[in-house]
Design a protein around this ligand. Structure first.
Ligand code: ACO
Length: 309
């Protein structure tokens, strides 16, 4: 009976054990997991675009090889995550359809342009840094396939973050013009990076339930604060500043205070009005349409092999 199944589900969560694909889950849990995992997968796939923009223009063979590897990693992350969503009964083709028709979200951060090569470094340092901060706790998320995917993803994200930081260190040791490029890129990416953690807790409709189900292990504001605290010594080591006059150490709280995030900008980007939303979705749609013949051919081949077996 459903009551026993529900008790078993609650007890599994309570004991900090993992929910697995064979287990019964309440419909709300299934919906939440599909929503979060799909959105995460879409972010990885759309996230290939801003950096992919620089592959053909990387300044050296070494930088190009690193960037190629990184962008390919993002594709891999998207694929593990779509597979994790499939264990909950979601269909990958349907998820992609929802993405290109604007019915599912992807991270706000990927709607900003990468204007100079310094952006490649800053995206690695701050954007992947924020992603790690948000995703390391998700390795303990209650849904097994998601939590396990997150372990490998976090290892690869750490490499991405380091390559970004190392790229910026190199530029900071270069010319005055290069140092200016880095600072200018930091100025553009800092606030959008803080928005990656989602709305403030008071305006986050999903946090309470997701915390209760141990899908999320920390609230949006907790992780945003953790990110601010860890980024400041890194900025000092690099020799850049963040564009926030209110950033200062608060000894009483044991954290850095920071200024108000522009939540109107965040909402506007979520509505589709960020600088690159239309371009990102159009590009994804084109790739999906251009790849249709490959999917059809693969399906026809599989059907033929199946018939002859
Ligand atoms: N960009 C786009 N949408 C966002 C963002 C963001 N930065 N932050 C929150 N939202 C959306 C939520 O998805 C939710 O919309 P929905 O109900 O239509 O799905 C709405 O805003 C309200 O937010 P919350 O109630 O706080 O939503 P949630 O509890 O899901 O928390 C969070 C949002 C923190 C992003 C969570 O979903 C999460 O940890 N996801 C996994 C990590 C992830 O997706 N990372 C992608 C970027 S990193 C990368 O790919 C390199």
């Amino acid at each position: 009976p459903e009551e026993d199944l529900e008790k078993h589900f609650e007890a599994t969560i309570e004991r900090d054990q993992r929910i697995e694909p064979r287990d019964w889950v309440p419909e709300g849990y299934r919906k939440t997991m599909i929503r979060q995992i799909a959105q995460h997968a879409h972010s990885e796939i759309i996230g290939m675009q801003p950096e992919g923009n620089w592959i053909t223009r990387a300044p050296s063979l070494r930088r190009k090889a690193i960037l190629l590897a990184k962008v390919q990693d993002e594709a891999g992350h998207g694929l593990y995550l779509y597979s994790a969503a499939a264990t909950l009964g979601a269909d990958r083709a349907d998820l992609t359809d929802k993405l290109i028709n604007g019915r599912q979200k992807y991270s706000s951060i990927f709607n900003y342009p990468t204007l100079t090569f310094a952006d490649v470094g800053v995206v690695g340092w701050l954007v992947d840094g924020a992603a790690i901060c948000n995703q390391v706790p998700l390795c303990r998320s209650s849904y097994g396939p998601y939590a396990r995917a997150m372990i490998r993803i976090c290892k690869e994200e750490s490499f991405h973050q380091r390559q970004g930081f190392e790229l910026l260190m190199t530029m900071m040791r270069g010319t005055e013009k290069q140092r200016e490029m880095v600072q200018e890129a930091v100025n553009r990416w800092w606030w959008p990076s803080l928005m990656m953690f989602g709305p403030p807790d008071a305006d986050s409709p999903n946090t309470a339930q997701s915390m209760a189900w141990k899908v999320k292990r920390h609230t949006n504001d907790e992780l945003r604060q953790r990110f601010v605290d860890m980024s400041i010594p890194q900025a000092e080591a690099l020799g850049v500043t963040f564009p926030d006059p209110d950033l200062k150490w608060n000894a009483e709280r044991g954290h850095y205070d920071f200024g108000a995030v522009d939540w109107d900008e965040f909402k506007n980007v979520l509505k589709g009005n960020g600088p690159c939303n239309a371009q990102r979705v159009a590009h994804r749609r084109r790739a999906q349409e251009d790849g249709a013949w490959v999917r059809e051919a693969a399906a026809a081949h599989a059907a033929k092999k199946g018939a002859s077996a």
